[in-house]
Design a protein. Structure first.
Length: 485
């Protein structure tokens, strides 16, 4: 037994020398980092327009940075309110601490991040461990494969920022649907560019292979973080798994120029990212909805604390909390647009939500109506049976709700907005407006010039609540899984 162990001990000793590491003794090795930069520039076809300062921090220091930036954007009381809203909607389990869940997931997986405000690159020195076999391979080829991958990934975000502008805003949970779709492009591009830098090139078929290997990430993350709510886990997973798959479609068609085109003309919804053919083959753009008859409640002690588009992904995540994945995906797949408004009453902190959704067909709307009726029943156990009249479901009392379908649209009101929610619903139906999203002008992937760096991506609006810290929150990226090269 001792003789069998001897070779492994020797190999581990070789690994421990690690004089090829990008980060040694808390310092990024400048010459090695410059080599990664040069390879990334050659692969990605974009040059750095200005230097990107590099810094190394410990995982504890990285968590502190995340905490500071999160608190810069949100007070703890604000996050507690968001927690209550998402719990009321059924998106979060009871007693979820949103702030802690966010920090636990990101701090636990953080390998590095690009800060679009200070425009610097930070590597977490004590998290860059690719596992035993990766360390053994690194000791043979004398390269820090994990460190190179992380650095190239994050420097790609710097290139995106310098050439196209990173359209980033606040927070990760409850973000606007279009913002999350753009985040998926950012992460998909950075992930493919990181592997291409590591490999020296990236064949179109390899991009597809990487996308398929990332499909095991949801299970891995759920196993590693069972206490983190699916709402948080799945929005992170979406950016990598669906993002890489979506970007690989552009890469197959026009390589990196095709990816550049996505940065100028990003998808408008998570629907397009989940179903790439709805962007590349048969474009489907979401219906923009303005929910009417809400502002009068502001004179009655209510405050609007959330006003956003939830999107297909969030509908799917909600469905999976109550149904199996197959049904949740089926219910969400007919999504065509929505507007979700949440209000809090000052005197007693009561919560009310109004959610108007649009669907591709009347059948899709009916499928969602039926599913949401079951969700409402599950969220209000022990209450008297709700009154149902055709496509209307209502429940009066201390926890009232009202659900109604009209043709291809469904309106759900929950909470004590007023004594007669049917009247409230009728006013919302009459005063809400709908507008088709103007599609991008016809384009050829691969013939897109960079846009000025001073502004956000053309045609995109910063939502009320979105994903990655326009006022300072870093773009954290985690080396969650490393598909075989």
């Amino acid at each position: 037994m001792t003789r069998r162990l001897a070779p492994l001990v020797v190999l581990l000793a070789l690994v421990s020398c690690a004089n090829y590491r990008l980060v040694r003794d808390g310092t990024i090795q400048t010459s090695d980092a410059e080599d990664v930069k040069a390879r990334l520039v050659a692969i990605r076809g974009l040059r750095f327009q200005q230097p990107v300062p590099l810094a190394a921090v410990t995982s504890a220091e990285a968590r502190t940075i995340l905490e500071e930036e999160l608190r810069r954007q949100y007070r703890s009381s604000d996050l507690a309110t968001f927690s209550r809203i998402y719990q009321a909607l059924g998106l979060l389990p009871p007693d979820t601490d949103l702030e802690r869940s966010f920090l636990d997931l990101y701090a636990g997986q953080l390998a590095g991040f690009y800060d679009p405000i200070d425009r610097r690159m930070v590597m977490v020195s004590d998290s860059l461990d690719g596992g035993l076999m990766t360390r053994l391979l690194e000791s043979i080829v004398r390269r820090d494969l994990t460190g190179e991958l992380v650095l190239a990934h994050e420097l790609t975000h710097a290139l995106q920022d310098q050439h196209y502008g990173l359209d980033v805003g606040r927070g990760d949970v409850g973000e606007d649907d279009a913002q999350l779709a753009r985040r998926a492009v950012y992460e998909g591009d950075a992930t493919l560019a990181g592997f291409a830098t590591l490999l020296g090139k990236l064949r179109p078929g390899k991009a597809v292979s990487i996308a398929s290997r990332l499909e095991r990430l949801p299970g891995q993350l759920a196993s590693a973080y069972p206490d983190i709510p699916a709402l948080i886990r799945d929005t992170v997973v979406f950016q990598y798994v669906a993002g890489v798959n979506f970007v690989s479609w552009a890469y197959q068609r026009a390589q990196w120029e095709g990816v550049n085109a996505l940065l100028v003309f990003p998808p408008r919804s998570t629907e397009q990212v989940l179903h790439p053919e709805k962007y590349f083959v048969r474009p489907e753009y979401p219906l923009s909805i303005r929910l009417g008859a809400v502002t009068p409640y502001l004179n009655e002690g209510w405050e609007i604390v959330e006003d956003t588009t939830a999107g297909e992904l969030i509908v799917q995540i909600l469905g999976q909390r109550f149904f199996d994945r197959e049904r949740a995906v089926a219910v969400a797949s007919g999504w065509d647009g929505d507007r979700l408004t949440a209000l809090v009453r000052g005197e007693d902190q009561a919560i009310a939500t109004a959610w108007l959704t649009a669907w591709d067909s009347q059948q899709d709307a009916t499928e969602f109506f039926t599913a949401y009726a079951e969700i409402l029943a599950a969220k209000h156990p022990g209450t008297p049976p709700a009154r149902r009249e055709q496509a209307v479901l209502s429940l009066a009392g201390p926890r009232p709700y009202y659900l109604e379908q009209r043709d291809t649209k469904v309106l759900a009101i929950e909470g004590p907005l007023e004594s007669d929610l049917a009247d409230a619903a009728d006013r919302m139906w009459r005063r809400s407006s709908y507008e088709a999203t103007v599609p991008w002008l016809p384009m050829e992937l691969g013939r897109v010039e960079a846009v000025p760096t001073s502004g956000a991506i053309p045609g995109s609006a910063v939502p009320a609540t979105d994903a990655s810290g326009g006022a300072g929150t870093p773009c954290p990226s985690a080396l969650l899984v490393a598909p075989d090269a």
